[in-house]
Design a protein around this ligand. Structure first.
Ligand SMILES: Nc1ncnc2c1ncn2[C@@H]1O[C@H](COP(=O)(O)OP(=O)(O)O)[C@@H](O)[C@H]1O
Ligand SMILES: [Mg+2]
Length: 484
């Protein structure tokens, strides 16, 4: 193998936005390789040479060149075989064939096999540079078309997210205002409302969109693992740490971090995060060296974070750091006008994905969709549509939701099913945590209701009697739906 003048490089990150000027040449003729390498290097290209098809195929994987020059008569694996293999590895590879005998048939064959051009040997400098220029221009055009397509897709996605209701359009206005700043945004809203999509929209509209967007789910990992996932560790920091590992904060340098379910973060880690937000610096677990990063933070929670602060579960100073701009994504039941558009969208999406014909939807289904209170929000609607496509009918979903609607409406009219009934109805889908939460909610509602009655709705006095903060009481009154 003839080494390129800048030394043999084997790996490239393919940084988006960076111009790729790498050229790979495969030819059994060493003197031709030297000639081409020197000429192209002089014109600013980075050149990699191989004297066999096998090596060229390996180099295609690591070098990811903008253009490949491939001789038709390579020793060993010949040019046609190499061409075929390269096209399988990278169907967008720009391959120009070279040949000394140049029968017209070979040109046709190689073009049919996906070669982009053909150079007849001997060729002169002008011919070679013109071929490179043509390929590079073509590549630029393709890149332009690709970024245009991505831009259109981004816009279409934003429109789908924001253009279906007045409430989401209001959110879009805030998103557009903050996207191109480095302001920290806190997204609040029930699970499944689309907080993550809003976070991604902020990122895609920001100048950081070519840098990473990394999500950290603060509820998914226990404390020490979460810390090492966020901030990385040094070799030997704990028993299993056999090598140094960077954390998401480093990996997202220059980009955006999305801290999902932030309310679930334990106090010690909250303290570390606060410090990182203040100093933009941190250390690995078991490390001493300060690491500086430039990361934009977006955070989301399905809890009322102010309430968690009031209850002493979340640091107030961190709350203010995160809550520079607050976006509250409303539940689906508060923007039901979106339902028909989302139904159409998911129906198309899943019939395409599962390669099924979209089943016709009954009016009954659309009515029940409007009646239902959607505790799982858009995610629940999405799952319903998935089920309808898989079952090729909306009957089962319709019946299930009708039942739930009737139960909810009965509860609203005061005919609340007892816990026994609730368990019977929902045993297959509720977690123990959900049942416990409901039982606590009911007990709290009863006790708080009685104390409020006794104090003639003097909430300050009621809070003192119940030994909770005033703020916590206000939250509980709202949460349990108590009314004077
Ligand atoms: N406007 C929307 N259009 C299409 N899909 C949506 C929309 N809003 C939410 N979704 C989908 O609903 C699911 C839940 O959204 P997500 O952003 O993860 O919610 P959250 O973070 O609030 O729990 C995801 O599968 C998401 O793609
Ligand atoms: Mg989420």
């Amino acid at each position: 193998m003839v080494k390129a003048s800048r030394g043999l490089q084997t790996e490239f990150s393919g940084i988006p936005g960076e111009k790729n000027n790498r050229i790979l040449i495969a030819d059994g003729d060493g003197s031709l390789l030297v000639y081409m390498r020197e000429l192209m290097t002089r014109f600013g290209y980075e050149v990699f040479c191989s004297d066999s098809g096998e090596k060229a195929v390996c180099m295609l994987r690591t070098v990811r060149p903008a253009i490949v020059f491939l001789d038709l008569h390579l020793p060993g694996k010949d040019g046609l075989e190499t061409l075929e293999e390269m096209r399988q590895i990278d169907e967008d590879a720009y391959i120009v064939m070279m040949s000394g005998d140049g029968p017209a048939k070979a040109v046709v064959t190689t073009m049919k096999m996906g070669a982009m051009g053909f150079l007849h040997k001997p060729f002169d400098q002008e011919e070679l540079l013109a071929t490179i220029g043509k390929q590079m221009d073509r590549r630029d055009l393709i890149d332009q078309a690709k970024s245009l397509r991505e831009e259109i897709k981004r816009k279409a996605e934003c429109n789908r997210l924001f253009q279906n209701s007045g409430k989401m359009r209001e959110i879009q206005a805030v998103v557009e205002q903050v996207a191109d700043t480095d302001i920290t945004v806190l997204l609040e809203g029930e699970s499944g409302t689309g907080k993550e999509l809003v976070a991604r929209a902020i990122y895609t509209l920001s100048a950081r969109r070519d840098k990473p967007f990394l999500k950290v789910n603060c509820a998914a990992l226990p404390e020490p693992l979460l810390e090492s996932e966020m901030f990385g560790y040094e070799k030997g920091a704990f028993t299993d740490a056999s090598s140094r590992k960077p954390g998401k904060f480093e990996l997202a340098d220059g980009g955006t971090i999305f801290l999902d379910e932030i309310s679930e973060m334990m106090p010690p880690l909250q303290a570390k995060l606060l410090q990182v937000l203040q100093d933009k610096e941190f250390t690995h677990l078991g490390g001493k060296q300060d690491i500086r990063v430039d990361v934009r933070i977006l955070a989301a929670t399905n809890r009322n974070l102010a309430e968690s602060v009031a209850q002493g579960q979340f640091r107030e100073d961190l709350y203010y750091r995160l809550n520079v701009v607050n976006i509250r994504v409303p539940p689906l039941r508060g923007r039901k006008e979106e339902i028909p558009v989302l139904v159409e969208y998911f129906l198309k999406k899943y019939s395409r994905e599962f390669k099924r014909k979209a089943p016709p939807l009954s009016n009954e289904l659309l009515d029940v969709f409007q009646r239902y209170h959607w505790p799982g929000n858009v995610r629940e609607l999405e799952n319903c549509m998935k089920k309808i496509v898989i079952l090729d009918s909306d009957k089962a979903v319709c019946q299930e939701l009708l039942k739930k609607c009737s139960a909810a409406e009965a509860e609203l009219n005061g005919e609340k099913p007892g816990l026994d009934e609730l368990i019977r109805q929902n045993l297959h889908r509720y977690s123990l945590k959900a049942f416990s939460k409901e039982a606590i909610r009911r007990a709290e509602r009863e006790v708080i209701g009685k104390v409020l009655q006794q104090t003639c709705w003097n909430r300050k006095e009621a809070a003192e009697r119940l030994q909770i903060s005033y703020k916590a009481l206000l939250y509980k009154i709202k949460e349990t739906g108590l009314e004077r």
